[in-house]
Ligand binder design. Structure first.
Ligand SMILES: [Zn+2]
Length: 297
């Protein structure tokens, strides 16, 4: 079991802890599939929603909050029945708006894993306004059920009444809906091709600035992030943040980054290069490779 889970395991019911310890091996990055959840329900005799609340200390152990030291854990449950955990991340020494909220980490985890609908969000603290707005960008966002410890389960519409969302800006394919944008680039660099693939799956209906980041660690592993915009703009999740949060879920240290690539559309209204460089430089002494796609394509 990874060291970061030692403390949280002690907080879990023993029947759950016994079953969970073998799952929290070196490869664990916050994903449990529907069968593993069914096995845990059977072993613990807990109803699934109580089981997911009981797993929140595990999600919170994925957090990396050097500024607040306030550990938030969130779990996104997809329509597939799989669950995706995430914790909050703060970039040491960098402006607070670079922070990643636990719900964003969990939702982006689900998106990168191919989920197209999130039905439930389980979180150990009441979602902040930023996260309520971020969740409202999702497919059927108003119907997502929010589960909190010691609170009745309520849909997002209860937490975000009179919501402003993608529909108000005439967006009919919200975040997580299947969409693929035609982006092309002549490159044989596997990292660039990987970033291009993710950029084509990114969500930028307000600017057209489709973008993705790939980070490579010294051992050759890659971690990707896609751009995810928001109708209220500020709660958008930048691809660098999404890639950094993937690294944290995999228990990788930012000092392991050896290469970083940002690919972005040349036809968009904005560029993410400045914000991405700031977040990268706060994390690792690596220069960002910036590739803007030919605007004629
Ligand atoms: Zn939040």
């Amino acid at each position: 079991m990874q060291d970061r889970f030692i403390h949280c395991i002690a907080q879990l019911p023993s029947t759950l802890a016994d079953k969970l310890v073998p799952l929290l091996n070196d490869d664990f990055a916050g994903h449990l599939d529907a069968q593993q959840i069914a096995d845990l329900v059977k072993a613990t005799q807990l109803p699934v929603n109580e089981l997911l609340l009981a797993l929140l200390p595990v999600a919170a152990a994925l957090a990396k909050p050097p500024i607040s030291e306030f550990y938030v854990g969130a779990i996104a449950k997809g329509k597939s029945g799989d669950i995706y955990m995430g914790g909050n991340i703060e970039l040491d020494g960098e402006a607070l708006f670079h922070s990643i909220h636990a719900e964003q980490s969990a939702i982006s985890h689900a998106w990168l894993s191919g989920e197209s609908v999130i039905e439930d969000i389980i979180v150990n603290e009441s979602p902040c306004g930023h996260c309520r707005q971020f969740m409202n960008e999702l497919v059927a966002g108003q119907h997502i059920k929010i589960h909190l410890p010691n609170q009745a389960t309520q849909p997002l519409s209860h937490y975000l009444p009179y919501a402003f969302g993608p529909g108000d800006l005439n967006i009919t394919q919200p975040l997580l809906s299947k969409q693929q944008h035609e982006l092309a680039l002549d490159s044989t660099d596997p990292m660039v091709i990987e970033a291009l693939d993710h950029a084509s799956l990114s969500y930028a209906p307000y600017t057209g600035s489709y973008a993705a980041v790939v980070l490579e660690t010294r051992d050759g592993q890659t971690f990707c992030g896609r751009y995810a915009e928001n109708a209220a703009f500020n709660p958008s999740m930048l691809p660098m943040q999404m890639a950094l949060s993937a690294m944290v879920r995999h228990n990788r240290d930012f000092s392991e980054i050896k290469r970083a690539v940002l690919v972005e559309s040349g036809q968009g209204k904005i560029s993410l290069v400045g914000a991405s460089m700031d977040a990268l430089h706060a994390s690792a002494p690596v220069e960002l490779e910036h590739i803007v796609l030919d605007p004629s394509q």
